[in-house]
Design a protein around this ligand. Sequence first.
Ligand code: ATP
Ligand code: MG
Length: 456
Amino acid sequence: MTDTREPPAAPDSVRWVIRKLERAGFETWAVGGIVRDALVGRPARDGDWDLATRARPEQMRTVFGRVVPIGVEHGTMGVLTRQGMYEVTTFRRDVETFGRRATVEFADDIDEDLARRDFTINAIAWHPLRRELRDPFGGMDDLAAGTLRTVGDARTRFAEDFLRILRALRFAGRFALAIEPNTWAALCEHRRHLADLSPERVREELAKILGCARPSRALSLYAAAGVLPVLYPALARCLSRQEDGQPDSWGVALLTVDIISRSYPLARLACLLGGIGIPSRGVGEELRPEERARMRAAELMERLRYSRADVEGVSALVRALAAGPETGSGPALRRWLRQTRRVDRHHLFRIWIARARLEAARGTPSPESAVQSGWKAVRAELAKDPPLTVADLALSGHDLIEMGMRPGPGFGAVLAHLLDLVLDDPALNRRSILTRRARLYIDARAQASGGPRRPA
Ligand code: ATP
Ligand code: MG
């Protein structure tokens, strides 16, 4: 990364906040991701400005009157402006840190505040009014050279906070940085402690990676740093190498994830987990492959405390992916639609199309057009709104009671039979036809079992 650009142009509201604090005697700087992102040429979003100031929370209250206490004990207040709220945090220094628990105290100096930040590229401050950059740890040089490096001694910094290991891999992937050798050695050395992180933080890191333009870079670094067996053992088992030089299933999944738009992080996640059922050994080995895939995906996501809806959505996708892209036509297609009625089929086809594109890029004759026509067929069939469940039948359980049947197991069998008929031919889904077909079915069953016939 040699393309180093301008520091960010601050919106008026940010300048207003800084001016007000400085007029009251409190030095104030823009810090963190906004400065770094601007320096690598990423456009800033107005809300992303984090400010660091010498003012203590109660002094911010005096300067602005109305502030939102976001984390007063850590010195973070929300300052309201015409263009929205900004987080302003008192300069801090770490007095004691271990794992994720840090005791901080307020400091008077921006350099002290920068010294407690994780990486040199995140430890650059920018003063939009004076147009001054503060870069005591050489973050600009590292950005220009494409290097990710901790502020201070790498071993100490990772031991203070193991989340920094995942942050390092994420930033290196996102900005295509090489991780400086000491930083790399130290993060690998501490990787087993990742097991102590809260599942929510691990999940947030994964979510941020899946929101990047090319998640494969950070995810490859997860693999290279040996993080997968600690955090994602089920995925680590997908890392088997093939001998003919073809990418392994993990490698294929990563390349496919990159092809899917970052607007669909759950589709990307499903794609990443797509091969999770393939190694048959291990949890769920007695299950059918697609059921094993669904189960392992759900287990992984539950462990990371994904919401119930996300677990169900993604694991259903993973299951459908394991079964393959053959959707068929006519009755077969309708049965497939019935099977996948709780699956986000848009996502499913996004993934299949991405896989097809990848294969084409690797020189295999592209089945993309087949997948595209499958998608067309799916949409055309759905547009006809065919009956796919018992609830869609033109004949209800009520009607069966009126025909003299009693609710019970036989009931379900009649309805399943009728559904089977209309899946074959949706034109049969009319009350008169289904009534006749139900009678025939009931009679046939009664005869077969030698039981009494239905009342005349
Ligand atoms: P992004 O929000 O785009 O992921 P960011 O750099 O803004 O990137 P945040 O998590 O929002 O990341 O943190 C803001 C800043 O706070 C970072 O740039 C860094 O200076 C500091 N920081 C955040 N987390 C840590 C940490 N675990 N250890 C040390 N410094 C940190
Ligand atoms: Mg941020």
